[in-house]
Design a protein around this ligand. Sequence first.
Ligand code: UDP
Length: 358
Amino acid sequence: MRIVLISTPIGFLGSGKGGGVELTLNSLVSGLVSLGHSVEVIAPKNSKLSESNEKAKLYFVEGEDQISWQHQNYNSPISIPDNSLLAGMLEKGLNIAKQADVLLNMSYDWLPIWMTLNVEIPIAHIISMGSESSAIRNLISKVYAKYPDNFAFHSKLQANDYPFIKNPTIIGNGFELDNYTFQNTLKGPLAWVGRVAEEKGLEDAAYIANELGEKLNVWGLIEDKTYASKIEKLFPQGTIDWRGFLATNDLQKELGKCRVLLNTPKWNEAYGNVIVEALACGVPVVAYKRGGPSEIIQHGKTGYLADPDDKETMLSYVKTIEKIKRKNCRAWVEKNASTDIFANKVLNWLNVVINEYK
Ligand code: UDP
């Protein structure tokens, strides 16, 4: 299959601004290429694919980023900046896709979805968030009426935000297992990984660290500086140890030394890449039962699930985390979330999309 892929219109690949989509894109390219498919990626200038993806062609586009939807109001109108990066990527992608089998869109925005109704080229959309915009949700519903197969989701609970979709396609996610080393350290520190932004609920993890009289290691891009300093001031100095945004290899080395990852989403988390990355290193995860984490973590086997916002229960689970066998965590990832498993699910879905146009 010849697949043209459109990246996120928020930050270049490697900047961290695109959140989990950056890693997902790399895993998918790697899985598709290893299964013998041709992949061309349209991405913002300065983007880098992971070293293992040098076989994929990368095209650069310059322009203005979109505003991320999780930081706009649900009823905000669609805005497209002058010299729009998204429009530029789409233009380039559509042009190349004339000779390809399918255009695969990984941006969560209105324009590529609207375009689906207006061109003959099959456009398939990996929806990377729950419903964060009424305009996008309504447009998905409209496109779905004509092309019921063109949307895929990372988890069932994420897809529930789009209840008009009957039997949604769930593709999970994939991870390059060789990039993560299993570590059997039982007495390490507490970890939290993610974009530092309100929807990630860092304050609840800091609360738990403070209750335990420990520090919390935080890795990730500080997307919202005001929020970060607000959270920092809520707890005694030094509770949060800001460890910065690291490339995957450095992140996994540090993460693997930890005894548990805390995951505290305040929104309907579409999937939660960081959970699987922790598991791949052998680190159990305690998370809120909200979106993707509930479908990834096996309660009592690879970590624990607390009711949403129930910090006290989360704290009690952290206290008994040594009951979880770290080998189970790695084993789950090997069995359920490799790049090959992910790429095969995506290919099966893309075949259905392509057939719709025949
Ligand atoms: N991440 C990273 N380095 C860091 C912290 C995070 O590369 O120091 C990446 C991590 O690998 C993951 C992404 O940031 O792929 C966060 O994705 P997730 O799905 O957890 O949440 P999102 O940001 O998409 O809401």
